[in-house]
Design a protein around this ligand. Structure first.
Ligand code: SAH
Length: 258
């Protein structure tokens, strides 16, 4: 039954933030993949402005700043993530080129045509892919780039367990061809699409979270909500390993048309 399926939204956001604060990235990805995606963006200069929406603690924000010219603003709803990003920018001596601010992707505090590049890894699902594409376009200069990762079906048919899980957790999950059509409809010319390699999960995302779960379990021993959340996270992890031939992330890169 679909109603038995839990999603991340069934858990306390403070618990979720505490869990993800202890790791360097809050979504699948890797520095290599961020750099690969940046190679498809060819309009940047030292005067460029970049927005990294749903930046989390800013793992990829720092990679962008280290590999592209211009100034980057990372924005996230969680103040503790932004605090960590701003600490890290000091540590990497990037404080003049990277700034983290607290805010919502649903109500971005930016001006029209402010950015040469809008970036978002593992975060646009919070508002939904199509809505994000449509609402964020006005913040891009004409000819500016959008680069986002998004949960994607790799095949036209899927085993029932994974189909049902994502249908409940993120019904906007879709095939690459349908996502590309949505990009075009929203006024972007798709310039590059690629599937993220499995090591974005199996090396960069899941292993650090195993340690994070152990810490959380110790701290909240006997707390039902925390234990349920940890069980949920373990289940989601097993789903990935079991069904990674059927779903994962793709990077969608496009250019604002008009
Ligand atoms: N880009 C980072 C974090 C991805 S996790 C990485 O790849 O590691 C998704 C992020 O979206 C979280 O940091 C979460 O706090 C943020 N988020 C969720 N809803 C948001 C909203 N409405 N506005 C801004 N950020 C949001």
């Amino acid at each position: 039954m679909n109603d038995d399926i839990k999603t991340i939204y069934d858990f306390d956001h403070r618990l979720i933030r505490e869990y993800f604060l202890s790791v360097e990235r809050q979504a699948p990805g890797s520095p290599q993949v961020t750099i690969q995606a940046l190679h498809f963006v060819n309009n940047l200069t030292h005067n460029s402005r970049i927005a990294d929406i749903g930046c989390g603690t800013g793992g990829q924000t720092l990679v962008i700043a280290q590999n592209a010219p211009g100034k980057t603003t990372g924005i996230d709803l969680a103040p503790e993530y932004i605090e960590k990003l701003n600490e890290n920018t000091q540590q990497f001596n990037l404080q003049n080129r990277v700034k983290g601010i607290v805010g919502s992707m649903e109500n971005l505090p930016f001006g029209e045509e402010e950015f040469d590049l809008i970036w978002s890894e593992g975060a646009i699902y919070n508002i939904g892919f199509e809505r994000g594409l449509n609402e964020w376009r006005k913040f891009l200069k004409k000819g500016g780039y959008l680069a986002v990762t998004e949960n994607t079906w790799f095949t036209s048919e899927r085993p029932a367990e994974i189909q049902k899980f994502w249908q409940k957790a993120y019904p906007e999950i879709d095939t690459i061809s349908n996502k590309v059509a949505q990009m075009q409809k929203a006024g972007y010319m798709p310039t590059a699409i690629f599937v993220l390699p499995e090591n974005c999960w199996t090396e960069h995302f899941y292993p650090p979270l195993i340690a994070a779960r152990e810490i959380l379990l110790k701290k909240y021993a006997g707390n039902q909500a925390a234990e349920d959340f940890i069980k949920f996270e373990e289940y989601v992890t097993t789903l990935y390993y079991k069904y990674k031939a059927y779903f994962g992330y793709a990077f969608y890169i496009g250019k604002r048309m008009e």
